[in-house]
Design a binder for this molecule. Structure first.
Ligand code: DGJ
Length: 728
């Protein structure tokens, strides 16, 4: 609910459990007054004034030396005019100067949720969302700034975006345009970021804020394996179940920045948006720029509740599910089974073993097109390699269909190998700095997706392939970061737009794909989890979490990912042991239990699997299908932290009514004479009686949550236990 107090220029956004407030003050500076657990009042009493040394006073303040932008909490910070903390916006004016100084000129409420053209955003109806627009103006620059807020009461979610309009007669250049600026009156906070590398993505890192600026970002043109555009600020004492926590995600798949600054007077400012690195957008008279959407959740009761709110909102208001609530198929992917070495008969052989085990879709990965027989060639030539696949998809797909299997296919549209027909015909379509030889990565170059004609050409080729047979799924891969970011067609003064235009090109092609093939489920992928963000999730309901398929490493990757993103978004497969990346041997049961807390599939040559493994797989697919809703859409509880090296890692999904739950536990290395342990569950109805795994015995919810479930001794390395609980 949005409450406007026109007289006091006070704006209050209430969600079910939180309140967010701002106020245009006596000089029409938009002050941020409060964000936290739901409360009523005018919180501007918290904003204090004092004559602070070295704190500049704006012209309107006259002789009032207690009024300084440098000490006030602001809704969207200025630049170069007296606030020395992190700016939200930087404008380069015709004089060559850089600054931004904003004053509020009005605000309005609209029913429903604003949409952003060409950019991903949460969707809201008139029933479940409202929009606030606050109008700001930089009078000297003749620039208008509109701050958009989407308020989703039920999800405790507030979204934000910013639109900048050049209202003057001369061009201005935008050097920074953050999506979110969030000021806190205190600095007694921890910052949690989600960091790592290829094969070990999104590992949480928690540190107390220290004076100065700290944060994460990407300059790779993708959101990256290294840092995620999701961060948390929380009380020092906050844990899974206790403390106020603020999560902020950016729905953006390119270079981003999330910085927190702890200032001299122990205030904190969080600024998040497109990375200003090599960003410069020219706005001609009348032109506008829209910043990507950011979304915030404040949880008054710990990190667990914050995650569950994000999960619900992402599942129900961000992801657009082509299967419209139907169960997604259990799939088998041939990448780790065959790599590039396959033909139609080999694929069918794997499918023949998979189908009777309950696997429902076959995904043909890299290597099916052009001259692609290894990763040095062929990208860009999106036509079937009929030596490997005689008769093309028209011949292959019916063979799979006969087995009762749907078909999915891998693509990597943004890339090109120099050894390809596409590159030979259009060498200027790759990103390249004219004066330099481009850097290769996996021996490939990046196509200039800032150019609509490049996107159209690649899309045309891919569309023809997808139209040639019944395709149910597409895996959209992207296997390198952007370098040599220069477009052959933009003038020198507009090269600062290429990074962002590239992302817009990717989003546009994804839009075409969804429009022309609305029934196709798209899985995002970027060398594993290199582009796992809210922007991609808007188009691709699931994203391959990581190229690391080892179940034990995955415990950490999926744990970190779960702080923002739901189980139904996490691509996870069972693969062979010893694992190809780390040579670890884990039981098939464990690999299955971990992968089914994701989108669930297999990625191995099942024609070589033992009879015993096949039996386990048959049980796993049946179990997964039976409990699909609970696993994929249940409320998710992290029961332990796998980074703490305890005796086991455990998590739990609970149905919204608390009547059903699935707890999964994976033990670490075995030891002799283990202690007796009990697993304390969460989210149950304390008064209900639960049956565990269909046994005779009954346990009260309160006993299971407070005293715990007595664990059997799990002897042997990396054993798993799944506990299915059902209330009487
Ligand atoms: C990287 C992906 O993450 C893998 O799953 C696989 O699709 C390869 N690319 C194919 O090149």
């Amino acid at each position: 609910m949005i409450v406007l107090d026109q007289e006091n220029k006070l704006i209050t956004l209430h969600t079910r459990s939180t309140t967010y407030q701002m106020k245009a003050d006596q000089h029409n500076v938009l002050i941020h007054t409060y964000y936290g657990p739901r409360a009523d009042g005018d919180f501007s009493y918290l904003v204090r004034y004092a004559d602070r040394a070295c704190a500049p006073n704006p012209d309107e303040a006259g002789l009032d030396r207690t009024y300084s932008l440098d000490t006030l909490p602001q809704e969207y910070s200025s630049c170069g005019v007296g606030d020395f903390r992190l700016p939200s916006m930087e404008l380069e004016l015709p004089s060559g100067s850089s600054s931004a100084s904003l004053r509020c000129t009005g605000f309005e409420v609209r029913e429903g949720k604003y949409a952003l053209e060409g950019l991903p955003s949460f969707r809201g109806t008139e029933e479940d969302a409202q929009t606030l627009v606050v109008f700001l103006e930089d009078a000297a620059a003749q620039v208008g700034v509109e701050l958009y807020y989407g308020v989703f009461e039920r999800y405790d979610l507030i979204t934000r975006s910013v639109r900048v309009v050049n209202r003057g007669g001369e061009r201005v250049r935008l050097r920074q345009c953050a999506s979110l600026c969030l000021d806190f009156l205190s600095a007694d906070l921890d910052l949690i970021t989600f960091d790592g590398c290829h094969m070990m993505e999104r590992c949480p890192s928690r540190t107390p804020l220290r004076p100065g600026t700290q944060g994460v970002g990407s300059v790779r043109g993708t959101s990256s394996h290294q840092h995620n555009p999701f961060v948390v600020l929380c009380g020092r004492e906050a844990n899974e179940d206790y403390g106020v926590c603020y999560g902020a995600m950016l729905l953006y798949s390119g270079s981003f920045q999330a910085l927190a600054e702890c200032s001299q007077y122990d205030n904190t400012r969080l600024v998040m948006g497109i990375n200003p690195y090599q960003f410069c957008w020219t706005l001609g008279p009348g032109e506008a720029f829209t910043a990507p959407e950011a979304a915030m959740v404040c949880s008054p009761r710990g990190l667990g509740q914050m995650s569950r709110q994000f999960h619900r909102a992402i599942r129900e208001r961000l992801i657009q599910d082509p299967l419209q609530g139907q169960r997604r198929p259990v799939l088998i992917n041939n990448w780790e089974a065959t790599y590039f070495k396959f033909d139609a008969d080999k694929l069918v052989e794997i499918a023949e073993t998979a189908a009777p085990l309950g696997i429902e879709m076959f995904v043909m990965d890299d290597g099916w097109f052009g001259g692609r027989n290894d990763d040095n060639e062929g990208l860009g030539d999106w036509w079937l390699n009929t030596e490997k696949l005689p008769g093309g998809l028209e011949a292959l797909v019916p063979r799979l269909k006969k087995l009762g299997m749907r078909f999915g296919i891998w693509i990597e549209p943004e890339m090109v190998n120099e050894n390809s027909r596409l590159y030979r015909e259009h060498p200027d379509w790759a990103l390249k700095i004219p004066e330099r030889a481009p850097a290769r990565c996996r021996n490939q170059l990046v196509l200039d997706f800032s150019r609509p004609e490049v996107c159209r050409y690649v899309y045309g080729q891919i569309k023809a392939v997808l139209s040639s047979a019944e395709v149910s799924y597409v895996k959209w891969d992207m296997n390198r970061s952007l370098t040599d970011v220069c477009s052959a067609v933009l003038p020198p003064e507009r090269q600062g737009e290429v990074y962002h235009r590239y992302v817009l090109g990717v989003y546009e092609m994804l839009e075409w794909l969804r429009r022309d093939f609305p029934h196709i489920l798209i899985e995002g992928c970027a060398g594993g989890g290199g582009r796992f963000d809210g922007g991609m999730l808007y188009y691709t309901p699931q994203i391959w979490c990581s190229d690391n398929t080892d179940a034990i490493d995955r415990l950490r990757i999926q744990y970190g990912t779960s702080f923002c993103y739901p189980v139904s978004a996490m691509g996870a497969h069972v693969s062979v042991v010893p694992n190809e990346e780390n040579q670890r041997i884990t039981p098939m049961e464990t690999r299955g239990a971990v992968a089914m807390s994701g989108t669930f599939g297999y990625e191995m040559d099942l024609s070589k699997a033992s009879q015993e493994d096949k039996e386990v797989i048959r049980r796993q697919t049946a179990f997964f299908k039976e409990h699909y809703d609970l696993i994929q859409h249940g409320d998710y509880y992290r029961l332990t932290d796998p980074f703490r090296n305890g005796p086991y890692t455990a998590w739990e999904q609970v149905s919204p009514d608390g009547r059903e739950a699935l707890a999964t536990l994976v033990a670490g290395c075995t030891r002799a004479a283990p202690p007796f342990l009990a697993l304390r569950l969460k989210g149950l109805d304390p008064d209900a009686m639960y049956q565990v795994n269909g046994g005779e015995e009954r346990w009260s919810g309160s006993a299971l949550m407070e005293a715990g479930y007595p664990l059997p001794m799990l002897l042997g390395d990396y054993r798993t236990l799944q506990l299915y609980l059902k209330a009487d």
